[in-house]
Design a protein around this ligand. Structure first.
Ligand code: NAP
Length: 264
C-alpha cells in the first residue's frame, strides 16, 4: 500500500496515548477516521485537533462489554460504508504480582485486551473480504513477546493476540487481508497510571519506564509507517526493544536478565 489516502480507518483507544498519537499522524492525511473509546469528551477533544473534522466520526464503546461490540462494529461500518483499516489500540495494563492477583483481574485483562479485539475483528472481516481489502492492526507490546514481572495477566493477553493474528494472517492473506502487530516498548502515556493492581484498582502512578519513554506521537508515526509498508510485525521504542532479540537468540541470558528487571 503506497499510502492510506481515502481509506476509512477505525481506531480504538483513540482518546489518549498511542491511539491519539496515531490519530495525530493520520489526521493530516486524506483519510476518514472513526475514533473510539469510552470517554466521549476526550474523543471530542482529539477530534477538535484534527484539521478535517468533517471526515472524523466518534463512536463510544466499552471493550469490557463484549455483548455490545458487534453492534458497535455495525455502527462503525455504517459511517462511511466500510472500514478499510482497524487499529486496536484500546487496552489496559497491569502492575501486580501473579501470586497476589485476583482471577477477576486476569479475566478483565483478557476481555479488554484480547476478546474485545477479536470480536471487533470478526465483525469486520466479512465486509473486508467482500471488498477484497482490509488491514487489521493489533497493538501488542514487548511483553506480548516475553513475560516480565508485575505483568503476568497483561503479558498473557498480549501473547494471545500474536497467536490469533498470526493464525488469521495465514488464513486470510489470499482474500486481501493484511495483519500488522506492533510491539511497543516504553511509550510515554498513561498506561501505567491506568494499569490494574491486584484487586483491580487503578495504579494511579506513572512508571519510570513510561516517563522516560518514546512520545506517543512518534510511536503513532512509526505504527502508521508500518501499516503503509504492510509490515507483519514492528518493534517500537528504545533499547528495551532489544529484549526481543536477546530472548530469541540468548534465551538463557534473557531469563536471568528479566528476573532482575525492576521496572514496575
Ligand atoms: N504505553 C506503553 O508503554 C505501551 C507499551 C506497549 C503496549 N501498549 C499498548 O498500547 C495500547 C494503548 O495504550 P496507551 O499506552 O496509549 O495507554 P492509555 O493512554 O492508557 O490509553 C488506553 C486507551 O484505551 C482506552 N480504553 C481502556 N479501557 C477501555 C475500555 N474498557 N473500553 C474502551 N476503551 C478503553 C482508553 O480510553 P477511555 O479511557 O476513553 O476508554 C485509552 O484511549 C494498549 O493496548 C497498551 O497495552 C502501551
Amino acid at each position: 500500500m503506497a499510502s492510506l489516502e481515502n481509506k476509512v480507518v477505525w481506531i480504538t483507544g483513540a482518546s489518549s496515548g498511542i491511539g491519539e498519537g496515531i490519530v495525530k499522524n493520520l489526521a493530516a492525511q486524506n483519510v476518514k477516521l472513526i475514533l473510539s473509546s469510552r470517554r466521549a469528551e476526550a474523543l471530542e477533544e482529539v477530534k477538535a485537533a484534527c484539521p478535517n473534522q468533517d471526515d472524523v466520526r466518534i463512536l463510544t464503546l466499552d471493550l469490557a462489554q463484549p455483548d455490545t461490540l458487534e453492534t458497535k462494529a455495525k455502527e462503525a461500518l455504517a459511517f462511511f460504508g466500510r472500514v478499510d483499516v482497524v487499529i486496536h489500540s484500546g487496552g489496559i495494563s497491569q502492575r501486580s504480582f501473579a501470586l497476589e492477583t485476583d482471577i477477576e483481574v486476569h479475566r478483565r485483562l483478557m476481555e479488554v485486551n484480547y476478546f474485545s479485539t477479536i470480536i471487533l475483528t470478526k465483525a469486520l472481516l466479512p465486509s473486508m473480504i467482500q471488498n477484497g481489502f482490509g488491514h487489521i492492526v493489533a497493538i501488542s507490546s514487548l511483553v506480548g513477546k516475553f513475560g516480565s514481572p508485575y505483568r503476568s495477566g497483561y503479558s498473557a493477553s498480549k501473547h494471545a493476540l500474536h497467536g490469533y493474528y498470526d493464525s488469521l494472517r495465514a488464513e486470510t492473506w489470499k482474500q486481501g487481508i493484511k495483519v500488522t502487530i506492533a510491539t511497543p516498548g516504553f511509550i510515554k502515556t498513561n498506561v501505567s497510571v491506568n494499569a490494574l493492581t491486584e484487586h483491580g484498582e487503578k495504579l494511579n502512578s506513572m512508571d519510570q519506564g513510561q516517563e522516560n519513554g518514546m512520545s506517543a506521537e512518534e510511536c503513532g508515526r512509526q505504527i502508521v509507517r508500518a501499516i503503509i509498508k504492510e509490515k507483519e510485525e514492528v518493534r517500537i521504542g528504545g533499547k528495551e526493544t532489544m529484549g526481543i532479540l536477546v530472548k530469541r537468540f540468548l534465551p538463557g541470558v534473557f531469563s536471568k536478565m528479566i528476573r532482575k528487571m525492576n521496572v514496575r
